[in-house]
Design a protein around this ligand. Structure first.
Ligand code: ATP
Ligand code: ZN
Length: 311
């Protein structure tokens, strides 16, 4: 029997049965990751401070670490799965190539959260004509490899200023002429007197797996979880739509409903000209669609979120 060095709990299976997943301990990916787990029926022990948590109802161990460590843990086969931003994954991969370390992994699926972009930003008052403006300039970043790749493609020579945090204050502090940093809304840039001028990389959270066959029992669990994750993501986009509508407008209404299968049509007691219509839409439902439905005579239009979905 081997002992788990993280939590000093003996792990009886020697890594054969329990699926090990590395997730961000505390940061921008943590809440969404835990939401995905709970919606997928993985119940985690409450204590966020422990490095290793065990799921209460499935043979899953969760390793809570800094996001920067997650790609390496997967590539070194310490864990089976990792959830991490593509930006960190790409950056770490390039760093490990330089360091001569293994870089193999399988991308399992995109997770539709943690959307952000790595962008160049300059002082708001300066003009911008394109990446060539950065020739000979000092650029502060936490992502030296992604920046280098983008500027190499653009054939721009620049001076790199490597910072591990507070990149956005570098221009004002006189440390750099521009920055290359993660942006979501742009509010942080704005409050530091900067403007986003060019996106060099788009990112979202991804599920990655180590590039080795899993033991059969773990493989079965992994396949089941991927199906559940897909169901959660599909449900997040989908809506259940209900309305009462004139029978004669049914074909026009069906054409408007976004990405829906054949709707159910239900008789309305006492009114043969109108029916109730229920449908699952697999796309986002916009206000414009509801307004068009109303214009066709639909009433009592309800759009309801779907929690789980299994096809
Ligand atoms: P850690 O302590 O784990 O190293 P961190 O400070 O490096 O955390 P966070 O700021 O929590 O990382 O961001 C984690 C990831 O979330 C980013 O690498 C990126 O993929 C994603 N992300 C989503 N939105 C944003 C945003 N607005 N700003 C920065 N990162 C974002
Ligand atoms: Zn980090």
């Amino acid at each position: 029997m081997s002992t788990c060095t993280a939590c000093a709990t003996p792990s009886a299976d020697g890594g054969k049965k329990r699926l090990r997943i590395a997730i961000q301990k505390s940061g921008r990916l943590t809440d969404e990751t835990e939401k995905l787990f709970s919606r997928s029926g993985i119940r985690l022990t409450e204590d966020r401070d422990r490095l290793l948590a065990h799921a209460e109802n499935l043979p899953i161990d969760i390793l809570r670490v800094r996001d920067d460590d997650i790609p390496g843990l997967v590539m070194d086969h310490v864990v089976d799965w990792g959830i991490v931003g593509q930006n960190v994954l790409e950056e770490t991969t390039m760093q490990r190539q330089v360091d001569g370390l293994s870089t193999g992994y399988n991308q399992v699926m995109d997770l539709n959260f943690g959307d952000c972009r790595l962008s160049v930003a300059i002082p708001a008052e300066q003009e911008w004509h394109g990446l060539a403006d950065l020739e000979g300039k000092k650029i502060a970043t936490t992502y030296p490899f992604l920046l280098r790749r983008a500027l190499k493609q653009a054939r721009v020579n620049y001076k790199q200023v490597l910072l591990t945090g507070s990149v956005e204050v570098a221009p004002r502090a006189g440390l750099a002429d521009a920055i290359c940093d993660l942006v979501c809304t742009g509010a942080t840039l704005q409050s530091n007197g900067l403007k986003e001028v060019e996106c060099v990389y788009r990112s979202q959270a991804v599920l990655i797996a180590r590039d080795q066959e899993l033991f059969p029992e773990k493989k079965a669990l992994a396949d089941l979880l991927v199906q559940r994750f897909k169901g959660v993501l599909a449900a997040a986009e989908s809506k259940y739509i209900m309305m009462n509508a004139p029978r004669e407008q049914l074909s026009a209404i069906k054409k408007i409903l976004p990405g829906s299968e054949n709707p159910s049509i239900i008789e309305l007691e006492g009114d043969p000209t109108r029916v109730a219509l229920h449908a699952v839409s697999r796309e986002k439902v916009f206000w414009e669609t509801l307004e068009q439905l109303k214009a066709l005579g639909a009433t009592s239009i309800l759009v309801v979120p779907i929690e789980k979905m299994l096809d």
